[in-house]
Design a protein around this ligand. Structure first.
Ligand code: ZN
Length: 665
C-alpha cells in the first residue's frame, strides 16, 4: 500500500514539477584560421569570436585563457608542481619517499629549452573593429574594454596570435615519448573564460580543470599534407582530406602543394581539440542508431611499446615483434568494437549522444576528455570507457569543473563502472549462449553486485583516515595535495552517487540520472541543481546529504550494539559512532535460513526509499539525527538469530566495517 502511494506520488511529481530552468548563460562562436608549421612546431592563428552577453550585467572587461603559457620555467604550474614534490605522502615499498607531484610534470617545465616551451602571443585584439588594451597574467589575458558590453547585447572580437607547441609535459604538446604522436592540440587557442551567475572564472592554468562557454566552432587548419587529423566536430571537406573520412566510394581530390586545409565544424560544444600525426591509422565504425566512431592511433608506436616490455611480457608474443604489431592493431580495433557494444546500454542508462561522431585519438599523456573526442595514451578499454562517459558528465553538462570536479570525475567514474560491468557481461554472454539459465542471470544488469565499487571505497577510506582530506567544496586548484584532490574528485565523488543509491534506492537513482541529463544538459548545472532533481524524483529531502558529504569531511560509522531478550522477542541496538547521520539497512539472518531487512530512515530525509529486493522488509520509525543510539524489536528470540549486519550492500561509506556485523556463535 505504502509503495503504491509512493509510486503515484512520483508519477505526479514527474508530470508537474519539471519546468525547464531559466538560468541565463553566455553564448559564443569561434571562426578560426590556423596555419601550422610542422618544422618549427609553431602556428599562427586568427579568430573572430562572436560573443553574446546574455547576462543582466554590464561587462567592463573580458578574459581569455592562454593555457600554453604555463609551459615556461617558473610559471605557476611549474612552481606549484615543484612545491608538490616537497610534500611526502608516504614511504613506498622499498622505503623510498613518495612525493605529491604528478610524475608527468615533476620539475620538467623548469628544464624546457626555448624551442621546447609553449606560448600563445596575442598581437592584436579588436572589439567591433577597435583595438583593445590588454594585460597579461601568464595564462590569463585580461582585455580592458574601451566601451562596456551591455546586458543582452552581442560583440565580436578579432584576434591575431602566434603560438609554439610545447614539448609535451601535461595533456597537450608535441612529441610525447610515450605515444610518439607529433601533436596533441588541446587547450591550444585563446579561449574566452566563462562568465556566469557567479561572475568571471579566469582560472589560471596549473594543470587542472576546465570550464568554458557553450558555442559553435568553425576551424580551418592548414597543415602538412601527410598529417592525418582527428578532433572535435565534423570535417566539412572530408572528400578533400580523405584518410578514411571521405564519403563511401568518393574519390578523394587533394589540392596541389605541400599543405592542405582541414575544415572542422563543431556545433554546441564548450571546447575544441585536435591531434595530428603522419603515422596515424584510422578505424571507422558506424553504431546502428548512434554516432560514427573514429579510432585514430599511431601505427608505429607498437615498436616502442614492444621495446619497453619486460621479458615476460615479450614472451607472451613469442618474442616476435610482428605478432605484437598485429595485436596492437587488434587492440585499437577492440576499442571501436567495444564502443559499438556498450552504446545501447549507455544511451538507455545515461541518455542519448546528440552528436554525429566520437573519436578515440591516440595522444595526450593518459586519458583526457574533450567534446566529441578523447586523447588516450593507449588502447585500454577502462580508460576509453571513462573518457567517453565524460561526454555525459562534462561535455553535455559543462559543470564548472574547478568548483565541482567531483560532479565531473566522480560521476564519470561511477558511470564507467556501470559500463565496464555491462561490457563484461556482454563479453561473457558470448560464452554463455549454450547455457540459458546463466544467460538469464546475465540479463539482470540493473542489479549492481554488492561491494561493486570496492576499490573506490577503499581509496576513500584511506584518504579519510590520512589526515589529508579536504572538503569537496575546495576549488580543484586549491587543494593542498594532488592526492586529496584526486581521491575526493574521483572516489568520494563516485561514492556520492553509489551512496545516494543506498539512500533513495538504485532504481530511483537511475531515474534521477536520466532526468538530470534531460533537464540540465548544455546548462552548466551546479551541485544543488543535481540535488534538487534527486529530491523531486525520490520524494526524499537531501540537503543534509549534500551538506555533510560535500561541504564537510565528517565520516560515517555505525555499529551493532546490545542485543537483548524481550520475552519471545529480541531488541537490537544500533549505535551511531560517526558524525555523519545516515539511514540504516540492517539484515537479520535466522538459523532457519530466513532473512529480514530492517530499514531505519533518518529524520532529515522526511521520506524513505522503496524496497530494493525481495527480502521481507520492515520499515521502522525514523532515527532522529541527534540520537547516538536506536533500538528496534524483532519478533523472534535471540537464540533464533544467526547474524546481524548493517548495510549488507556496502554502499554506505562506513569507515569502520568491523563493527557492522555480528555472527551469533
Ligand atoms: Zn576523467
Amino acid at each position: 500500500m505504502k509503495k503504491d502511494v509512493l509510486t503515484l506520488f512520483l508519477i505526479c511529481l514527474t508530470i508537474s514539477v519539471f519546468a525547464q530552468p531559466n538560468r541565463w548563460q553566455q553564448r559564443i562562436k569561434y571562426t578560426m584560421n590556423v596555419d601550422m608549421n610542422v618544422q618549427t612546431n609553431q602556428y599562427t592563428g586568427k579568430q573572430i569570436v562572436d560573443y553574446w552577453n546574455n547576462s543582466p550585467d554590464t561587462l567592463f572587461r573580458v578574459f581569455f585563457h592562454l593555457y600554453w603559457n604555463a609551459f615556461q620555467p617558473n610559471s605557476m604550474m611549474d612552481v606549484r608542481s615543484r612545491r608538490q614534490g616537497t610534500i611526502v605522502l608516504r614511504k613506498g615499498r622499498n622505503g623510498d619517499e613518495i612525493a605529491d607531484w604528478d610524475p608527468r610534470v615533476e620539475d620538467r617545465i623548469v628544464n624546457l629549452a626555448p624551442d621546447e616551451i609553449g606560448y600563445e602571443k596575442v598581437s592584436s585584439i579588436k572589439m567591433n573593429g577597435r583595438e583593445q588594451k590588454t594585460k597579461l597574467h601568464e595564462t590569463i589575458l585580461e582585455v580592458i574594454l574601451d566601451k562596456p558590453i551591455l546586458p543582452k547585447s552581442k560583440v565580436n572580437f578579432e584576434m591575431e596570435w602566434m603560438a609554439q607547441v610545447p614539448l609535451q609535459i601535461r595533456r597537450s604538446g608535441r612529441d610525447n615519448p610515450g605515444t610518439q604522436v607529433r601533436y596533441t592540440m588541446t587547450q591550444w587557442y585563446p579561449k574566452m573564460c566563462e562568465y556566469d551567475y557567479e561572475g568571471w572564472h579566469p582560472t589560471p592554468y596549473i594543470a587542472r580543470e576546465f570550464y568554458g562557454v557553450w558555442g559553435d566552432y568553425d576551424v580551418n587548419i592548414s597543415i602538412d599534407k601527410n598529417y592525418l587529423l582527428g578532433g572535435s566536430g565534423y570535417i566539412a571537406n572530408a572528400n578533400e582530406v580523405g584518410f578514411g573520412y571521405e564519403d563511401k566510394g568518393a574519390s578523394v581530390k587533394k589540392p596541389s602543394g605541400n599543405k592542405i586545409t582541414w575544415h572542422f565544424i563543431a556545433p554546441n560544444v564548450h571546447d575544441f581539440a585536435w591531434a595530428a600525426d603522419p603515422e596515424y591509422k584510422h578505424i571507422v565504425r558506424q553504431i546502428p542508431n548512434g554516432p560514427i566512431i573514429n579510432v585514430i592511433y599511431n601505427g608505429q608506436a607498437s615498436r616502442l611499446v614492444f621495446e619497453n616490455m619486460n621479458a615476460q611480457q615479450r614472451a607472451a608474443y613469442g618474442n616476435d615483434f610482428n605478432k605484437y604489431a598485429a595485436s596492437w592493431d587488434a587492440q585499437w580495433n577492440a576499442v571501436a568494437d567495444a564502443a559499438v557494444t556498450v552504446f545501447p546500454f549507455i544511451k538507455k542508462t545515461f541518455g542519448d549522444y546528440p552528436y554525429k561522431q566520437y573519436s578515440f585519438i591516440h595522444g595526450g599523456d593518459g586519458g583526457m576528455e574533450y567534446p566529441n573526442c578523447t586523447m588516450i595514451v593507449g588502447p585500454g578499454l577502462g580508460t576509453a570507457f571513462h573518457e567517453w562517459m565524460h561526454t555525459w558528465y562534462q561535455m553535455q553538462m559543462g559543470t564548472n569543473e574547478s568548483e565541482y570536479p567531483w560532479m565531473d570525475e566522480g560521476f564519470t567514474e561511477w558511470a564507467t563502472d556501470r559500463v565496464e560491468e555491462y561490457y563484461r557481461q556482454q563479453v561473457s554472454r558470448k560464452t554463455l549462449t549454450n547455457n540459458p539459465a546463466e544467460l538469464r542471470k546475465s540479463d539482470s544488469l540493473a542489479t549492481v553486485p554488492p561491494a561493486y565499487h570496492q576499490n573506490i571505497y577503499r581509496a576513500y577510506f584511506t584518504l579519510a583516515k590520512s589526515g589529508l582530506e579536504e572538503p569537496m567544496t575546495t576549488h580543484a586548484d586549491h587543494y593542498n595535495t594532488n592526492y586529496a584532490y584526486s581521491i575526493a574528485s574521483y572516489s568520494k565523488g563516485s561514492i556520492f552517487l553509489s551512496q545516494l543509491g543506498y539512500i533513495v534506492g538504485d532504481s530511483v537513482l537511475d531515474k534521477i540520472l536520466l532526468e538530470y541529463y534531460n533537464e540540465w544538459r548544455f546548462k552548466h548545472p551546479n551541485a544543488n541543481d543535481f540535488i534538487r532533481v534527486a529530491e523531486k524524483l525520490s520524494g526524499v529531502e537531501l540537503q543534509w546529504y549534500k551538506e555533510y558529504w560535500v561541504y564537510t569531511t565528517r565520516t560515517i560509522d555505525y555499529a551493532i550494539g546490545d542485543i537483548d531478550m524481550n520475552g519471545n522477542n529480541a531488541s537490537i541496538v544500533i549505535k551511531r559512532l560517526g558524525l555523519m547521520p545516515m539511514p540504516v539497512d540492517v539484515l537479520v539472518t535466522y538459523k532457519d535460513g530466513t532473512q529480514e531487512l530492517h530499514y531505519i530512515p533518518m529524520s532529515l530525509m522526511y521520506g524513505e526509499k522503496p524496497a530494493e529486493n525481495s527480502i521481507k522488509r520492515f520499515v521502522h520509525d525514523e532515527w532522529k539525527w541527534v540520537d547516538p543510539e536506536y533500538s528496534f524489536t524483532i519478533s523472534k528470540a535471540v537464540t533464533d538469530i544467526k547474524s546481524i549486519e548493517i548495510d549488507p550492500s556496502q554502499r554506505m561509506a562506513d569507515i569502520n566495517r568491523v563493527n557492522n556485523k555480528i555472527v551469533v556463535p
